[in-house]
Design a protein around this ligand. Structure first.
Ligand SMILES: *Cc1c(COP(=O)(O)O)cnc(C)c1O
Length: 177
């Protein structure tokens, strides 16, 4: 799901993505999976990104901040989104450990440009494997859909496509869904 969200946002080779040092390896693996460079920042007592350290880690190559809401605790989303806007960066939220969590009355996964959830076998909601991407941006959704299917999202008619399709690996969820 994180690979699809990053692809949906157009993040790829050469781009730097800032993530916290405290997370599951899949967060960094997804950044590497799209050819981008993971840049690790410190956490604070929110268990999530330390916003001051994120700011120190921003370079001309930074394209996105990837906060992770660990153990159900949302990160300092307001400050992270504000910092991202100041530097023209995207925000992808890793919500794999935070299903239904809120920060200042707004759901985790709805603050950034996209949110990602895992549906693997030991998550809060499981479908055996796979994951979910949330976004309110149609372009991001469509490119994430191309990234989830090997270039042909079977639930979409090609007459609806607004982006040029491209090939990717296959990340379909299992039939349990
Ligand atoms: C579970 C988890 C993931 C994704 O795990 P997959 O097994 O690849 O679905 C990513 N980030 C965090 C923080 C997780 O806990």
């Amino acid at each position: 799901a994180i690979i699809c969200a990053l692809t949906g946002l157009g993040i790829g080779p050469g781009d730097e993505v800032i993530l916290p040092g405290y997370t599951f390896i899949a967060t960094a693996a997804a950044i590497v999976g799209v050819g981008a460079i993971p840049v690790i920042a410190e956490i604070d007592d929110s268990l999530g990104l330390d916003v001051a350290d994120v700011e120190r880690k921003i370079t001309p190559h930074t394209k996105a901040i990837l906060p992770v809401h660990m153990q159900g605790v949302p990160c300092r989303l307001e400050a992270i989104v504000e910092l991202a806007q100041q530097h023209n960066l995207q925000v992808v939220e890793d919500c794999c450990q935070c299903v239904g969590g809120q920060y200042k009355g707004k759901y985790a996964g709805t603050w950034g440009n996209a949110g990602a959830w895992s549906l693997n076998y030991y998550k809060v909601i499981s479908c055996g494997e796979g994951g979910l991407v949330f976004t309110d941006d149609y372009d991001v959704y469509e490119r994430a859909a191309f990234a989830a299917e090997p270039g042909l999202p079977m639930w979409m008619s090609d007459s609806e496509w607004q982006n040029k399709p491209f090939s990717r690996q296959c990340y379909r969820t299992s039939e349990i869904l």
